[in-house]
Design a binder for this molecule. Structure first.
Ligand SMILES: Cc1cc2nc3c(=O)[nH]c(=O)nc-3n(C[C@H](O)[C@H](O)[C@H](O)COP(=O)(O)OP(=O)(O)OC[C@H]3O[C@@H](n4cnc5c(N)ncnc54)[C@H](O)[C@@H]3O)c2cc1C
Length: 398
């Protein structure tokens, strides 16, 4: 039965839900308060599809690691101090969630959602070009301790049935002849992929329109309760917290601000995407360009740039890739986006009355988008979702 579906938010999550629902025959309208071609978190990100990321952000050791990183003003992590009760509560909930139980519960749930997404990406890439490259992901480590931590991640991933292997420095060089890292070694996740996120959004909008869906750009519903539709998908990124508040749902979310720069004529062009582990920098070849991004600033807001941290991203890259002169980053435009972060590092996906909640994907929204779209459409169809959503229950902090 065809239903009226309203989707609030035209980032990757909202568009994936809209495309899947429209293609199942529902009448879909998508609201976004920004213009169609505006930058949003879903456009300038690192474009990685990462089934390897099975450890939620809230994991043992993360609180101590964050504290250490905060001491460095050019470092990859910061909490913007705010007298904001919601942010303080979020931090308390994060500390309580950063334990092994969260990893044991979240890991398999993230794996299943990720693998469903990867499968959908491969299907979609057969008929549309959004730059999907299936070459895996390298986690590049400079220090022996970090390499050891990666070894634990590799073991955990293998336990969950994922492909993963450790690499020596020499093996790193062989795997990606496009770049020479200064590294002690790394970990390789062959099933990860990368793509061009802006091209993927264009493809999603095309699918929505082709299936009869419509867009209301520049429109922000005053109160989601007043939207006339059988189902309303709340997929407004970090701003979903306010929308959920309108229906009486406590959805703890804070922004995790990050930056990226895209070099149009990079002096070095890797073939495989990578994360420079100690620097927390993501490196993605996109066609002939190279995107380098990073930083997680909890509570960061739109419209401002923390230049020392942007410099820190460029410095880190050049430390790992000495063939790249630091001047390659001079005067580069800097993009920023707000990751929607939940306190336990797991997204919120599920049905609350007539509302489908789809938010809080933090560092993995692009990666988990297609699967989130599929399960959102299944909820709209009143069908059992393909993967279990119990770990993603939007009411878990209610
Ligand atoms: C530096 C960086 C690198 C990243 N790299 C990766 C990566 O490699 N792989 C990966 O999987 N993820 C990555 N991410 C994370 C990913 O970008 C996010 O998880 C994802 O974009 C979140 O998508 P979203 O649709 O939830 O939110 P958004 O993209 O923020 O979209 C939300 C939309 O809702 C709209 N909106 C807000 N409020 C309202 C309202 N009241 N009414 C109507 N519309 C509204 C906004 O205008 C916006 O368009 C990265 C993020 C950053 C910052």
């Amino acid at each position: 039965m065809s239903k009226h579906v309203a989707v609030v938010g035209a980032g990757v999550i909202g568009l994936c839900a809209a495309a899947e629902a429209a293609e199942r025959g529902h009448q879909v309208v998508v609201y976004d308060r920004q213009p169609e071609d505006a930058e949003r978190c879903s456009t300038g990100n690192a474009g990685m599809v990462v089934p390897s990321h099975v450890i939620p952000l809230a994991a043992p050791g993360m609180v101590a690691l964050g504290m250490r990183m905060m001491l460095n003003p050019r470092g990859p992590f910061r909490i913007r101090p705010r007298l904001d009760l919601a942010q303080l509560r979020w931090m308390w909930q994060f500390m309580r969630s950063a334990n092994q139980r969260n990893v044991d519960l979240g890991g398999p749930a993230l794996r299943d959602l990720s693998l469903l997404s990867r499968k959908r990406y491969l299907e979609l890439a057969e008929t549309d070009d959004f730059g999907l490259v299936k070459r895996g992901l390298i986690m590049v480590c400079q220090r022996a301790e970090t390499l050891e931590e990666e070894r634990h991640t590799v073991e955990f991933a293998r336990k969950l049935g994922l492909s993963a292997e450790m690499l020596t420095d020499t093996e790193l060089g062989k795997l990606d002849p496009g770049v020479r890292y200064t590294a002690a070694g790394g970990a390789f996740f062959p099933d990860d992929c990368h793509l061009n996120p802006a091209a993927f959004l264009t493809s999603l909008r095309r699918r929505v329109r082709a299936a009869g869906g419509t867009f209301l750009y520049g429109e922000q519903p005053k109160d989601v309760r007043a939207i006339e539709a059988d189902h309303v998908v709340l997929a407004a990124g970090v701003w979903t917290r306010e929308l959920a508040g309108q229906i009486g749902l406590n959805l703890p979310l804070v922004s995790g601000k990050g930056y990226s720069m895209t070099l149009n004529q990079p002096p070095v062009l890797p073939e495989v995407c990578s994360i420079l582990v100690e620097g927390r920098v993501a490196v993605t070849p996109m066609g002939s360009t190279l995107r380098v991004g990073g930083t997680m600033e909890i509570g960061g807001s739109e419209g401002t740039i923390d230049w020392p941290r942007v410099d820190g991203i460029a410095d880190s890259f050049c430390r790992y890739v000495p063939a790249c002169p630091r001047s390659a980053f001079d005067d580069q435009p800097v993009w920023h986006g707000l990751r929607p972060c939940s306190p336990d590092g797991l997204p919120y996906i599920g049905l609350v009355d007539r509302y489908v909640i789809a938010a809080g994907h933090a560092m993995m929204g692009l990666s988990l988008g297609p699967a989130t779209g599929i399960v959102a459409a299944e909820l709209i169809d009143s069908r059992a979702p393909t993967v279990s959503l119990s770990a993603f229950d939007p009411r878990r902090f209610a």
